[in-house]
Write a protein that binds this ligand. Structure first.
Ligand code: KG4
Ligand code: ZN
Length: 338
């Protein structure tokens, strides 16, 4: 039997992406990022959906040409149904529905968060895929949670943020420093030149595996306001140290709960996923725990960390094998539980 070829489409936030998967192997993974949001300090939903409309046809066309696949070769189309920005999701959903109808292939809906986690099963994602059950710290601009993954489609959220997501904290703190959006990768880069012990910020105290990031954002804001009153150039003069110290605090908060969860549940298979899993300090902390705590760690390749259609195609392939198809009357949904 020839291998399944599937087109995946992702448009939940500000990246328009299309990918072709054959079996578990990604043949192409094309993304158009929307630089239009940089100057606004965050994603502007209306601008995002318009940019998706402009990008979707060129991105899908390129995914076919890069993979050297004809439209008639595909067995199904997977698309992100949610969660995300409704206007953005609508573009990918409508496009996927029309193409599925015209090619007469099944349509497969994909949960964006499941996709971040299941990206670990893409052929070149890891030397060996994680074994069930594993813990996955899923950290992005919209979500921060510890997920116990019992099987491909059997996931339990054991802890999550009660306010801001970790990526949101990076982005909002970056805005205080007048950095472009998204600030996460910029803070990561500047932190490399800074002293992570230069400044201390209070950490939240929550009993369970839940997170909170709004407090650290506010304490950075008050601290900066106070210092800038004394020295207007404070941010510029200490930017690298500030970035390194904030990054250290955020990563410590994330890892602390993950370590508690792994210990309490007796799980040693531990993965990270989502945009913030690109962070070098988080990746380093995982590697340290591999040695210190004997974890088997799963760190995504950079192209599978931030939003991408390869992960959507991967989930679509798993659902295709289970004949889990979606009715053409489906609609996008901004909220979509795991
Ligand atoms: O998964 P993603 O692309 O989109 C969502 O589903 O939200 O994640 C985007 C988030 C942004 O908040 C961005 O600042 C953050 O991931 N991010 C990073 C890094 N790269 C992306 N945060 C910290 N360090 C990075 N290297
Ligand atoms: Zn995402």
């Amino acid at each position: 039997m020839s291998e399944t070829i599937i087109l995946g489409i992702e448009s939940s936030c500000d990246d328009t992406s299309a990918a072709i998967i054959k079996g578990n192997q990604i043949l192409s993974n094309i993304a158009a990022n929307q630089s239009i949001h940089n100057e606004y300090g965050g994603v502007v939903p209306e601008l995002a959906s318009r940019a998706h409309q402009q990008n979707i046809i060129p991105v899908v066309t390129k995914s076919f040409s890069k993979a050297n696949i004809q439209q008639n070769d595909i067995c199904a189309i997977g698309f992100t149904r949610g969660p995300g920005l409704l206007g953005s999701l609508l573009v990918g959903t409508s496009f996927a529905k029309s193409l599925a109808m015209s090619l007469d292939v099944p349509l497969i809906e994909v949960n964006h968060l499941q996709a971040h986690i299941l990206a670990h099963f893409i052929e070149d994602a890891n030397p060996t895929p994680p074994e069930f059950p594993f813990l996955c710290l899923t950290v992005s601009g919209g979500h921060t949670m510890i997920v116990l993954v019992k099987d491909y489609f059997d996931m339990e959220i054991i802890g999550k943020t009660i306010d801001d997501a970790a990526g949101e904290a990076f982005d909002k703190i970056g805005k205080i420093f007048d950095l472009d959006y998204p600030a996460g990768p910029i803070i990561d880069k500047l932190a490399k030149e800074g002293n992570s012990n230069a400044f201390k910020f209070n950490k939240p105290r929550l009993d369970n595996y839940d997170y909170s990031f709004s407090g650290i954002k506010t304490s950075v804001l008050y601290f900066i306001q106070k210092e800038v009153k004394k020295n207007p150039d404070f941010i510029q003069e200490h930017l690298n140290d500030l970035c390194a110290s904030i990054q250290k605090a955020i990563i410590e908060i994330l890892m602390n709960k993950l370590e508690n969860a792994a210990k309490d549940l007796g799980v040693k298979e531990v993965a990270i996923a989502g945009g913030v899993s690109a962070n070098s300090a988080l990746r380093q902390a995982m590697q340290d725990n591999q040695k210190k705590l004997g974890w088997n760690i799963y760190i995504p390749k950079f192209e599978y960390t931030t939003d991408n259609a390869a992960m959507i195609a991967m989930v679509a392939k798993l659902k295709y094998e289970r004949s889990e198809f979606t009715d053409l009357r489906t609609t996008a949904t901004s909220k979509y539980d795991l």
